[in-house]
Design a protein. Structure first.
Length: 185
């Protein structure tokens, strides 16, 4: 039998040892070398993906303010003072968020303009929605809408003051695009 021959046994043992060593070398080469984070960030092509703009995007904060303003206007148009009071409160919070998160934007003094231009424009609506029935009657649709017009005017004044006069806000009360009723229940 061939495996009983000493020469063959020697060749077989050496072959097995060499095969084992080869497998070990191949296995050592298998794992992908870990990529150092520094090497990734030095890759110029990846820079824009990794390094985001400092601070939040003002347009996104404005988009939320727009939705709140639109719902505020739809509430006013429905003569719904309690709902208008809710969106007035939310609008105030969003304006404060804008002041805090984007006090300056492309060298424009956003926080200062919000303070001087936007916040005073809400005073009429604040008074109108502060009425406490039954002692005081709820504000009428006309009074609420007059308050809305003052707010919308302030939005557009600030857009003009910040070289964004092409963004023109309206009441937007002709149609209700939301899956929400603004009528008083
Ligand atoms: C402090 C000044 C200022 C006030 C006040 C202001 N805006 Fe803006 N608004 C801006 C600037 C500046 C931009 C452009 C932001 C940018 O370039 O990313 C903008 C952008 C927008 C946009 C475009 C973003 C989008 O989602 O389409 C909308 C809509 C908008 N504002 C709505 C309003 C509404 C509604 C009000 C009033 C309730 C308002 N803004 C009040 C300064 C103002």
């Amino acid at each position: 039998m061939i495996w009983r021959r000493p020469q063959f046994r020697f060749v077989a043992v050496v072959g097995l040892v060499l095969a084992g060593a080869g497998a070990w070398v191949v296995a050592q080469g298998q794992p992908a070398p870990p990529v150092a984070p520094a090497a990734v960030s030095k890759n110029a092509a990846l820079q824009p993906l990794i390094e985001t703009q400092p601070g939040p995007e003002l347009a996104l904060l404005m988009g939320t303010l727009q939705t709140l303003t639109h719902k505020l206007a739809l509430s006013a148009d429905a003569g719904n003072a309690p709902l208008a009071a809710f969106y007035l409160h939310e609008s105030m919070e969003q304006l404060r968020t804008i002041q805090r998160e984007a006090p300056e934007y492309e060298n424009l003094p956003i926080a200062v303009l919000v303070e001087r231009l936007a916040l005073p424009a809400y005073s009429g609506l604040k008074t109108a929605t502060a009425a406490q029935p039954p002692a005081e009657p709820l504000a009428s649709r006309e009074v609420l809408l007059a308050g809305i017009d003052r707010v919308v005017q302030a939005c557009n004044e600030c857009h003009a003051a910040t070289q964004h006069g092409f963004i023109r806000i309206t009441r937007g009360t002709e149609i209700n695009p939301f899956n929400q009723s603004f009528q008083r229940p």
